[in-house]
Design a protein around this ligand. Structure first.
Ligand code: FUL
Length: 469
């Protein structure tokens, strides 16, 4: 007889990402640009009562932002089109509280347009951040009128700025000027976004990407992409999440066998690590000294991209509308560091053998092909399946990058990597989940053969990519 726990495992193993989530998973590392009225008041949260006349960046240059983002090795950029203060970086027809009433470019400017065009020019994906909470808009808290206003703003942003890879809906929700809280029309927003930007993920207060639960740049050591559905904000399960004390996104374990055993519904809901390069989200001169050192940014990379999450790094432009030199230099060194670290995959021309496979199409060698859809499949319900990589000669190795074939779900729960040293298998790394990507870092060793043993997996195991550096 099957237990409900086994049943949950079977269900979890059958959950797969959507096409848009798959596209997003490959972007991995992208930027946040927090810029707006707060930049000019030196604050983090505006009241909504600020005058648009104070928005006047003297030398705004979106290409400078995009070049910096690209130099760091990032592949996308998300701009705060509207933060909680309600000030719009585009000339919205639905409010007077925007760049159109500012002195910047004589009221004819559009920051969203400049950023989207710079991204397009430099082949960087573009996304927008839109705060649900609007401290300026008088209809906020009035129900339907605000929902219509918000959908109108979405429509403007989703139709005039080309293809978006992400719509980042921010949840910070307080009272409006009326003193009332807004009842959000989640389904209405989501339906509109799907209609106008079908390839964009809806992040944070959305169904596609969840926050890892903190803004400190760390994710869980086992970051599952398959988690209970109450974590997702949608009309039906939002209230459930609000009332369930234990069901918060900060919970340490979201996806283990234990965490999912009683879940009613399981969904593909991968994690994103968002963190600022500085102390605050917006630029403040007196926080210039807080720019994180390269080593910290690199650690966050391994603890996010390397741990089955994405890395959303905030870089706030100053009052001139430019990224400061010290942030810029750090971004350039970060990009150089990552490029150097992953320069030559020594597993590329190797031979892979293994414990078995589902069929010849999924034999161990398939873990080494560049195509993401060619992969090794262990066969059903395997017992400690393994792979051995033979690089043909000794190399100095300190990193192994593993990827599951997540189109067929996330299965691997526990694994160990061994290196063959003087004829003996020595442990290099012990890990739990793999998912989209796990970067295993260890002390450099000179080896020819690396063995991966999958100690625990759900219904089967797949490896779509096995790289060594
Ligand atoms: C939070 C906001 O309140 C912060 O200002 C910032 O935008 C951060 C990314 O999300 O909820």
């Amino acid at each position: 007889m099957k237990s409900s726990a086994n049943d949950a495992i079977e269900r979890a193993a059958s959950v797969v990402p959507s096409e848009r989530q798959l596209i997003w998973q490959d972007i991995e590392f992208y930027a946040f640009i927090h810029f707006g009225i707060n930049t000019f008041t030196d604050s983090e949260w505006g009241s909504g009562g600020e005058s648009p006349s104070i928005f006047n960046p003297t030398s705004l240059n979106a290409e400078q932002w995009v070049k910096a983002v690209k130099a760091a090795g990032m592949r996308g950029l998300i701009l705060t089109a509207k933060h909680h203060d309600g000030f719009c970086l585009w000339p919205s027809k639905l409010t007077e509280h925007s760049v159109k009433n500012s002195p910047w470019r004589d009221g004819k400017g559009d920051v969203v347009m400049e950023a989207s065009q710079a991204c397009k020019k430099h082949d960087i994906k573009f996304g927008i951040y839109l705060s649900l909470w609007d401290r300026h808009e008088p209809t906020y808290g009035e129900g339907e009128p605000y929902n219509e206003f918000f959908k109108g703003q979405l429509r403007e942003l989703l139709t005039n700025y080309g293809e978006l890879f992400c719509v980042w809906l921010n949840g910070a929700c307080g009272e409006g000027t009326s003193g009332k809280r807004q009842n959000y029309d989640w389904q209405g927003y989501f339906t509109l976004i799907r209609e106008l930007q079908p390839n964009a993920v809806i992040s944070r207060c959305g169904p596609d990407v969840r926050g890892c639960g903190n803004e400190a740049g760390v994710c869980r050591s086992s970051e599952w992409s398959v988690v209970p559905s109450y974590l997702r904000i949608a009309e039906s399960d939002y209230s459930e999440r609000q009332t369930k004390k234990h069901s918060n996104v900060m919970a340490l374990d979201l996806g283990s066998r234990n965490a999912i055993k009683n879940a009613k519904k399981l969904i593909w809901y991968p994690a994103e690590v968002d963190v600022s390069i500085r102390k605050g989200w917006f630029y403040h001169k007196d926080e210039d000294y807080t720019v994180k050192p390269l080593s910290k940014l690199v650690d966050i990379y391994y603890n996010s991209v390397g741990a089955n999450a994405s890395y959303l790094l905030n870089v706030p432009p100053n009052q001139q509308g430019l990224i400061e030199d010290r942030d810029l230099e750090t971004l350039i060194s970060l990009g150089a560091h990552l490029e150097y670290s992953f320069q030559e995959n020594l597993a590329e021309e190797s031979v892979m053998t293994g414990s078995g496979c589902l069929d010849n199409e999924h034999n161990p060698q398939m873990a080494l092909t560049p195509s993401p859809d060619e992969y090794w499949h262990s066969g059903m319900y395997p017992v400690k399946p393994w792979l051995i990589l033979d690089m043909g000669d000794d190399y100095d190795i300190d990193k192994v990058v593993l990827k599951e074939h997540i189109r067929t779900g996330q299965h691997i729960e526990k694994f160990t990597l061994y290196g063959e040293i003087k004829g003996k298998w020595k442990t290099l790394f012990k890990g739990t989940v793999i998912g989209h990507k796990r970067i295993c870092r260890f002390k450099e060793v000179r080896i020819q053969r690396i063995k991966l043993v999958i100690e625990k997996t759900r219904c089967f195991a797949t490896i779509a990519s096995f790289e060594a550096y």
